[in-house]
Design a protein around this ligand. Structure first.
Ligand SMILES: *Cc1c(COP(=O)(O)O)cnc(C)c1O
Length: 390
């Protein structure tokens, strides 16, 4: 069975993790900082903070952006639930802005409408769907007009670049960018996430929130009389300044992430080649087309999604997926629109309010895309899909 996605681990990765296990330090050691530094340098951001997951990264970013009871954030309906859940963790509310049918990313025009009718919005979370960068200048301009902070959900987009050549994560048009290192993403740390920013105040706040809200770096003490005895600093003393979390990541995970990171460009080049072959196979077919045809040189190529007119081929998507499975080809749907989830329906959200997302969802199918997908396996995927279409 060919899965839709899969990580690639080599002996260097195994050695990197084993080295940590032999080093005597399992967490908060040198691998965390080394991984953070490598990512910050690569994306071109001043600061990077590693956390336990991409979801934790979104949660902390939403808090720093000011999401709280009475405040809301806007995100795309076509994303993993975590982008929206960040609002709920922070005690706020989520608003959705429909997608652009050509990019499957948040439409800046829909965002403007959402911002006009929701004056409590303090953050916007565009999602670089399947690795294709969003129209960040337009999103940033719309957010600036209402004083909202931009947080890029780049869980799909490590290694992607904007049309001006800058790397996703440089935060040129956002306050923060979040990444995920779950095994299906560009590089794997087992579990893990990262937040990049150019703002020192944001970085310091994130550093505290990652570890219980306890003071970090040279944060001044709030109660100096507890901190000193006779003018001498008490060596055991620390202060918890706000309610933070335990969202730290281990050295084993960061050593794996760093070792994987060294292969990132190789991983992405391979994905780009596979995508080019798929595009060649699926362009010009009846009832089937690539969901994203733009920005092929910019994308991180996390997913390869085709859109099929299932009514026209007189098959349900479930039947189509089962038929592929019988030929040994795995497939998946990314994503069920978040407002269609029972939890969000109960909060009053309706998927029908986002017609472009609904239309996309009816037709979407993700095909296998990963570093180790062999040429003959890819040809099997292509011929299996084509056979079902005719
Ligand atoms: C994977 C993913 C996340 C969450 O990342 P985890 O590391 O699994 O917590 C958030 N947003 C999107 C778009 C994702 O694909």
């Amino acid at each position: 069975m060919i899965p839709y996605g899969k990580h690639h681990i080599d002996e260097d990765d195994i050695q990197a993790v084993a080295d940590v296990l032999r080093s005597g330090v399992l967490t908060q050691g040198p691998a965390v900082e080394a991984f953070e530094q490598a990512i910050a340098e690569y994306v071109g951001a001043k600061y990077a903070l590693a956390v336990s997951s991409g979801t934790a990264a979104l949660h902390l970013a939403a808090l720093v952006a000011g999401v709280a009871p009475g405040r809301s954030l806007v995100t795309s309906p076509i994303t993993f639930v975590a982008s929206a859940n960040a609002a709920m963790y922070a005690g706020g509310r989520v608003v959705f802005a429909d997608i652009d049918s050509q990019t499957i990313n948040m439409s800046p025009d829909s965002l403007k409408v959402a911002l006009e009718s929701n004056p409590d919005v303090c953050a916007v979370i565009p999602v670089h769907f399947a690795g294709l960068p969003c129209d960040m200048p337009a999103i940033k301009a719309a957010a600036d007009r209402v004083g909202a902070v931009v947080i890029e959900d780049a869980a799909h987009a490590l290694g992607a670049q904007y049309s001006d050549g800058q790397k996703v994560g440089c935060c040129a048009n956002s306050l923060m960018t979040t990444f995920s290192f779950h095994p299906v993403k560009a590089i794997a740390a087992g579990e893990g996430g990262m937040i990049t920013t150019n703002d020192e105040g944001v970085y310091r706040r994130l550093l505290r929130l990652r570890s219980h809200g306890i003071n970090k770096l040279d944060d001044p003490f709030e109660i100096p009389e507890q901190a000193d005895t006779g003018g001498v600093r008490n060596p055991w003393y620390y202060e918890m300044k706000e309610l933070g979390f335990h969202y730290r990541i281990t050295d084993m995970q960061c050593a794996l992430g760093l070792s994987q990171f060294k292969k990132l460009d190789r991983f992405i080049n391979r994905r780009r080649d596979l995508v080019a072959r798929y595009d060649e196979a699926f362009v010009g077919l009846a009832n089937c087309r690539p969901a994203q045809a733009l920005g092929r040189d910019q994308s991180g190529h996390h997913l390869y999604v085709i859109r099929i007119d299932f009514d026209a081929i007189d098959m349900t998507r479930g039947q189509f997926m089962l038929a592929l499975k019988e030929k040994g080809v795995g497939s998946q749907v990314h994503y069920i629109p978040v407002p269609a989830q029972p939890y969000y329906r109960k909060l009053g959200h309706r998927p029908d309010d986002y017609p472009a997302a609904q239309q996309y969802y009816q037709e979407a199918l993700s095909l296998p895309l990963f570093y180790d997908l062999a040429p003959d396996e890819q040809e099997r995927v292509i011929s299996s899909v084509k056979a079902l279409l005719s």
